[in-house]
Design a protein around this ligand. Structure first.
Ligand code: TXA
Ligand code: MG
Length: 350
């Protein structure tokens, strides 16, 4: 009898075997109340079992995050919404169908069973399905919701590579899953559906126009409605360096002004103005918004690694994904939404 044994033996694929082992280990760590760092398409998350109060508490202590800042619960399937939320509007299923897995977080009235630690004591809960194969495998293996804020210390820049997470937390977490650099690079769009309309709380890769196209509804944006993510303080997503946001025309003047004061200055933007001195570090951003989003946080971290005092950042165009980039830059600069408008107006006048 001829053996056809070899037909059934696939060549050893160490990468696939290792990935499977990582996924199993991640689920084990979560099951025993541990913390994992996991890649998503937006930024790396610091994940714990969303149903385990001690594990959730560890997220807060590790991040040094105030307890009233709610967490996003990550799910594997849209049908799991009903485990976490009540009074789910039909619109939510449409948005889930179009945008999940993907960079959209939806806020609902919470189910009674959701931990206060997750919601920061609010009557609402934030849910999303991330679009990253490794995160989805972990969610599948674990089988329940994973609470995960961005894997950075409170108020700092979100991590977009495993190396960034290591810089933030070292050995303070139980498992770090390396899924490569994040494809999008800035945090998910957040919409609040808990009040009957669609409120945009945080701009992201899914834009106001995308949301309007799918829902056919007007989208209240934070500056219009005055709505903010609870706990979102003005200074956020911030490097140690002072960030100053300017128009392309103002950049050279602003750089010279800071250099004249003896500061170590970086210019964050797509173009390096030729008149700028060699001592100025060019923190190069790509030309197009998706490229800029992918690179933004790595460049802000680079500013700190190089010991820069000031980052002069050229504001991207205020449209589409550019709006989210502006939002993050203004927050890095310590300017909130309200002042963002005032700041633009003041600059337009000057
Ligand atoms: O892309 C993302 O959303 C990443 C990845 C890891 O999924 N996560 C993330 O989480 O950015 P975090 O915790 O860094 O930011 C979540 C934001 C916070 O500003 C929080 O206030 C807001 O979501 N949030 C969470 N639950 C909320 C709720 N029930 N109502 C209003 N805002 C909420
Ligand atoms: Mg965060």
């Amino acid at each position: 009898m001829t053996s056809n044994r070899h037909r059934y033996v696939s060549p050893p694929d160490n990468r696939a075997t290792r990935a499977l082992a990582d996924v199993r280990l991640a689920a084990e760590v979560l099951n025993r109340g541990g913390l994992i760092a996991l890649p998503t398409e937006t930024v790396y998350g610091l994940g714990a079992d969303a149903g385990n109060p001690q594990a959730v508490a560890r997220i807060f202590s590790t991040k040094q995050r105030p307890a009233d800042h709610p967490l996003i619960v990550h799910l594997r399937l849209a049908e799991q919404i009903t485990d976490w939320a009540r009074e789910i509007p039909p619109l939510a299923w449409l948005l889930a169908d179009v945008f999940w897995p993907g960079p959209l977080t939806m806020i609902f009235k919470r189910a009674d069973s959701v931990l206060d630690g997750v919601t920061g004591g609010l009557d609402t809960v934030a849910l999303r399905i991330p679009d990253h194969a490794l995160a989805l495998s972990v969610l599948e293996q674990f089988g329940r919701g994973i609470a995960a804020p961005s894997a950075n210390r409170y108020g700092r820049v979100s991590p977009t590579t495993a190396a960034h997470v290591r810089e933030e937390f070292g050995d303070a977490i139980d498992l770090l899953l390396d899924g490569g650099p994040c494809a999008i690079g800035i945090e998910s769009t957040i919409v609040d559906l808990s009040a009957g309309d669609v409120r945009l709380l945080r701009p992201g890769a899914i834009t106001e126009q995308d949301l309007h196209r799918v829902t056919g509804m007007p989208i209240d944006s934070p500056t219009v409605a005055g709505v903010r993510c609870p706990g979102a303080k003005d200074s956020h997503y911030a490097p140690k360096a002072t960030v100053v946001v300017v128009t392309a025309e103002q950049a050279a003047h602003e750089v010279r002004r800071w250099c004249a004061r003896g500061c170590a200055v970086g210019l964050l933007g797509a173009e390096r103005p030729s008149m700028i001195d060699d001592a100025v570090v060019w923190l190069r951003l790509g030309v197009y918004a998706p490229e800029q989003a992918r690179e933004l946080y790595a460049r802000l971290r680079e500013a700190d690694c190089r010991g820069l005092d000031v980052v002069v950042a050229v504001a991207p165009e205020d449209a589409g994904l550019g709006r989210a980039l502006r939002d993050r830059l203004y927050r890095a600069a310590g300017l909130g939404d309200a002042r963002m408008v005032a700041n633009d107006a003041a600059r337009a006048e000057s």
